[in-house]
Design a protein around this ligand. Structure first.
Ligand code: GLU
Length: 291
């Protein structure tokens, strides 16, 4: 077998929805791109249920997820409903893996405890960060920073654990859709949370652990996560793991140019189905930029 066909056979992509609401047209378009790319590479697709946030995830959204994805024409070869060799495929069942990775980051000195809430961070910065990305952390609790965490945590508040980014270092990657990307740590994003005060891993850590453990070769997701990809590359490096390839998709917007969110109920797949739309009609004009 030559190198090209070996590579083509080992493509592993994923759909990674969070069951915090019904899937909308924006999810469908990103997942459709993921499916097209997997098919073009003769690959495998994994469905991963990202249900770590117990306060927002609901069981009815999990069952709706399978139903809506299947209705739209998605197929996956491994997932919570099918199992597979690298499961379990629901994040709520993978806690031990996240904890082990977190302990490694702690031991190696990549993370530090922080008592600042999101509100504290917002209050302490002069200007909010561009878009809806998280604000640049001012370093209040960084070891050697202005206010030692040990002193503040005496109030009994639970702590976040933040990844200490290498200030001034460039994180570069070649995006499959947008081309070369460069983000500067400490400027484009600051120290970010990897473990939350309610003792749950943050998205950034869980997704890295899972993409590595599930041997994902290409991550397809929305372009709102480009900056997070740079953060995640730092975690991959800290854990001595090989990052996958990345392919970010343009986001679907509503008539006023606002990107779709779960609150856009009228564009959820189930409402569109109730209104009589077919999947074929909904994806009629997607072909041009799908792969
Ligand atoms: N569960 C995340 C979301 O729905 C996945 C993002 C990703 O693809 O990494 O936004």
């Amino acid at each position: 077998m030559d190198d090209i066909s070996k590579k083509a056979q080992s493509y592993r992509g994923r759909f990674a929805p969070s069951p915090t609401g019904y899937l909308h047209l924006g999810h469908a378009k990103t997942f459709w791109t993921a499916q097209q790319r997997a098919l073009a590479n003769n690959g495998v697709l994994i469905l991963r249920n990202e249900d770590l946030d117990r306060s927002r995830c609901r069981p009815e959204y999990v069952s709706a997820l399978y139903e809506d994805l299947r209705w739209f024409g998605f197929n996956w070869q491994e997932g919570p409903d099918l199992e597979g060799p690298l499961g379990p495929y629901s994040q709520s069942q993978r806690f031990a893996l996240y904890r082990a990775a977190f302990e490694r980051l702690k031991t190696a000195g990549f993370v530090y405890p922080c008592v600042c809430s999101r509100q504290d961070v917002l209050r302490s910065i002069a200007a909010p960060h561009a878009g809806d990305d998280e604000p640049l952390y001012p370093g209040t609790c960084r070891p050697g920073g202005a206010t030692p965490t040990a002193a503040k945590s005496k109030n009994g508040r639970q702590v976040n654990w933040r990844f200490r980014v290498p200030d001034g270092e460039s994180v570069e990657f070649a995006d499959g859709h947008y081309g070369p990307q460069l983000f500067v740590a400490g400027k484009d994003f600051g120290d970010f949370v990897v473990w939350r005060p309610d003792d749950v891993p943050a998205y950034q850590l869980a997704v890295v652990v899972d993409d590595a453990a599930m041997q994902i070769t290409e991550v397809v997701r929305g372009e709102d996560l480009l900056r997070s990809t740079a953060r995640q590359i730092l975690i991959f490096r800290a854990l001595s793991l090989e990052p996958p390839q990345f392919y970010h998709c343009p986001l679907v917007t509503d008539d006023s140019g606002e990107r779709l969110a779960k609150r856009h109920e009228s564009l959820s797949l189930r409402i569109l189905r109730q209104k009589g739309f077919t999947p074929e009609a909904l994806r009629m004009d997607w072909k041009a930029d799908s792969i």
